[in-house]
Design a protein around this ligand. Structure first.
Ligand SMILES: [Zn+2]
Length: 242
C-alpha cells in the first residue's frame, strides 16, 4: 500500500484515527472467547474479552496513581475533547530524553487548559509489536513533567512509552511511582494521561480537534479508548448535514 493510499484510508473526511487496534499482544494479556455463536446454534455472536484496562490506546485517570482520586467515569468528557496542541518532537533520536527545553522550543503554542499531544512518531520506526518500540523510544525527562504541570494543561497524550522505565515492564521489573516520571507528575497533579496513540504522522496541523473517548466504567482506574482527530471540522459537519 502506498503512503498516499494509506493516508486516504486513515484520513476519511479529515477524521484521523489515532487508536491502536486491540488484539492479542505479547505485552498485554488478551483473551477472547465465543460464549454464543451462530456456528454453534445461537442466533447471534457474542464474544467475551479478558484484557487489562491499561492496554493499547487507553486513558489513565488520577485514580491510577492515587486512592480516592477521579476514576475514569468521573473524568468529564470536556477534559478529553477539544482543540489539542501538537508538540512535534519527531526529530528526536532514539533513546533521546525530551526535556523542558524541547517543550519550550516546540510547544510555544501550549496554553493553560489545553490538551497536549506529544508527537514522536515512534510507531514509524518500530511497530508496537516489536520490542524495539519499547527499548529504543525517546522518553520524557522529569523537567518535562514540571513544564506541563506549570502550564496547567488538562490532558496529555503520547505516541511512545513516555516514562523511561516503561521499557522494563515486560522484563518483569516493576518500578516505583517515583521512577515513572510522567505518571507521577501528571496524575498527582490531576492531569489525565492518554497513552499509546498512533498515526500522528498523518496530522500536519499544530492544533487539531481531538477526541479521546473512554468507556464509562464505574469506579475503574483506566479504560481503553477510541482516540481520533478531526482536521477540518467545519467541512466534516457540512458534509454530514447535507
Ligand atoms: Zn495506563
Amino acid at each position: 500500500m502506498t503512503e498516499s493510499t494509506r493516508k486516504r484510508l486513515e484520513n476519511v473526511e479529515g477524521i484521523i484515527d489515532l487508536t491502536l487496534p486491540v488484539r492479542k499482544h505479547w505485552r498485554w494479556g488478551f483473551h477472547r472467547t465465543y460464549e454464543r455463536d451462530y456456528t454453534f446454534g445461537h442466533p447471534l455472536r457474542e464474544e467475551y474479552l479478558y484484557m487489562p484496562v491499561h492496554c493499547f490506546t487507553h486513558i489513565d485517570p488520577p485514580a491510577h496513581a492515587t486512592e480516592g482520586e477521579k476514576t475514569i467515569d468521573q473524568v468529564p468528557l470536556s477534559d478529553l475533547i477539544g482543540y489539542a496542541r501538537i508538540v512535534d518532537l519527531s526529530h528526536k533520536e532514539q533513546n533521546a530524553e525530551i526535556t523542558d527545553a524541547d517543550l519550550d522550543e516546540k510547544g510555544g503554542h501550549v496554553a493553560k487548559g489545553d490538551i497536549v499531544v506529544v508527537k514522536t512518531c515512534q510507531g514509524l520506526r518500530y511497530s508496537v509489536d516489536q520490542q524495539e518500540f519499547w527499548t529504543t523510544s525517546p522518553y520524557m525527562a522529569e523537567s518535562s513533567g514540571k513544564w506541563l504541570v506549570e502550564k496547567g494543561v488538562r490532558a496529555v497524550a503520547f505516541d511512545f512509552p513516555q516514562d523511561y522505565v516503561l521499557r522494563d515492564f515486560f522484563k518483569g521489573i516493576i518500578p516505583s511511582l517515583d521512577d515513572m516520571t510522567m505518571h507521577k507528575a501528571l496524575l498527582k497533579a490531576g492531569i489525565i494521561q492518554i497513552e499509546y496513540i498512533t498515526n500522528l504522522h498523518l496530522v500536519d496541523a499544530n492544533s487539531v480537534l481531538f477526541f479521546a473517548i473512554p468507556l464509562r466504567l464505574e469506579g475503574v482506574a483506566g479504560s481503553p479508548a477510541r482516540v481520533f482527530a478531526v482536521e477540518n471540522a467545519s467541512s466534516l459537519i457540512l458534509n454530514r448535514i447535507r
